[in-house]
Design a protein around this ligand. Structure first.
Ligand SMILES: [Zn+2]
Length: 419
């Protein structure tokens, strides 16, 4: 049977004779399947109509097809066996993915094309928008590598993650890269042992994330190039040598901020006001010791909001719903509180907005109680106000995430501690 030209969205597990013209959008590292311990490589193809389809290479195929499949190259693929995609990975009925045994023929449309080289961009040139489809190659001096942590997603899957912080000459705000799963092993450990002004590393195919205001995250195609070549890499090496004291200072700042033992020093409001965008890091946290001389009842706002992101909802309390702000299913409509206040110490005054958790700590009442008392007219603010205005408490503050996104420095409450 002669293969018939078609598009990816028309293919099903039973399609036999076909050919498609596609671009290889993404090629993963070699991965190990957690269940079967087999080696595999994922491919993501896109046709000219924008339809996408995955493909997979297993075990020896990974080496056999190494020189055939190159990122961003175009191919005509015919009769590659189609395997059904089932369960939550399926994007449509009859969804399928390509495998490459049997009668598959793969014709590169530009056989002369060179292998894809990373296109490194300066940190400051990465747009602070979060289009999850964007991919960036970034070159940086590695200032800090975190220990591996395990986090569990909403769907119950455990992931390993560790953050890598890098810098370059384009900005004084360092960039955080969240490194996931297999890359947290040897790859990240090597970075940790060599961390410092001489460690210039290229990170490819990173995707943007709203974590910590703005950061990047590794993808299945990300690779670490520990000895990057080219003009940009050489220029960065030269800059790092010439600016050694500056780079060491940036390193010391990150270590200081990331070391919780040093977070207990109490600063004055005046000292906080001296801080500027150029010398403040997104992860910084400081304690100040303050009172609220004139707490105002009118600045307490009770409302019903999402238990995950805090955004307001029209639903009644305890109703389960899909939140359109955080896009999470099964959010619970929950009582939330905000309270705006002017805090003072001997050196000055600053205005803050406390959110639900801090309000609970300030008023020493659960949010559900505060909400219920206010909405039923039973709330007694006078004793609370008296306490806030006469008893100093410790307020931990940190920069709002607008610092990483827009280089705007405003301080927000992070925690409250009564002595
Ligand atoms: Zn939400």
């Amino acid at each position: 049977m002669k293969p018939e030209k078609t598009y990816l969205d028309k293919l099903t597990p039973t399609t036999k004779a076909y050919k498609v013209k596609v671009k290889l959008k993404e090629k993963s590292r070699t991965l190990i399947s957690p269940q079967k311990k087999t080696r595999y490589q994922q491919l993501l193809f896109e046709d000219e109509k924008g339809n996408t389809m995955r493909g997979a290479l297993f075990e020896n195929q990974i080496e056999e097809y190494e020189s055939v499949f190159k990122s961003n190259q175009e191919y005509e693929i015919a009769n590659a066996p189609l395997k059904p995609v089932l369960g939550r990975y399926a994007t449509r009925d009859d969804d399928c993915q390509m495998s490459f045994g049997g009668q598959a023929t793969i014709q590169p449309l530009d056989p002369e094309a060179k292998s894809f080289e990373p296109e490194y961009v300066p940190i400051a040139a990465i747009p602070r928008t979060t289009d999850l489809g964007d991919r960036f190659d970034v070159l940086g001096i590695v200032l800090f590598v975190e220990e591996t942590r395990t986090i569990t997603t909403a769907s119950g899957v455990a992931h390993q993650v560790r953050e890598v912080v890098i810098t370059d000459p384009s900005t004084d705000q360092p960039l955080t890269i969240s490194v996931w799963d297999d890359l947290t092993g040897t790859e990240a450990s090597l970075l940790k042992s060599w961390v410092g002004p001489a460690l210039i590393v290229g990170f490819t195919s990173l995707k943007p994330s709203a974590h910590k205001g703005f950061s990047l995250s590794t993808t299945m195609a990300t690779e670490f190039h520990r000895n990057p070549v080219g003009e940009r890499a050489n220029a960065l090496r030269k800059w790092s040598e010439e600016q050694r004291p500056l780079v060491l200072e940036r390193m010391a700042r990150i270590c200081e901020v990331r070391n919780p033992a040093q977070h207990d020093e109490i600063l004055t409001i005046d000292a906080i006001k001296q801080k500027e965008v150029g010398n403040t890091l997104q992860e910084e946290k400081h304690w100040i010791k303050v009172t609220i001389p004139e707490p105002e009842r009118s600045r307490i706002v009770p409302y019903v909001g999402c238990n995950n992101c805090g955004k307001r909802t029209e639903n009644d309390c305890d109703v389960s719903y899909t939140c359109k702000f955080c896009n999470k299913e099964k959010c619970i409509a929950t009582p939330r509180i905000t309270f705006k206040f002017d805090a003072t110490d001997d050196t000055g005054e600053m205005t803050f907005t406390a959110f639900t958790q801090e309000c609970e700590a300030l008023f020493k009442l659960p949010a559900s109680e505060i909400y219920a008392q206010i909405t039923t007219g039973m709330f007694k603010f006078e004793p609370i106000a008296h306490h806030l205005s006469t008893t100093p408490f410790l307020l931990q503050i940190g920069p709002a995430t607008a610092l990483a996104r827009n280089k705007i420095l405003t301080w927000v409450p992070k925690a409250i501690r009564w002595n």
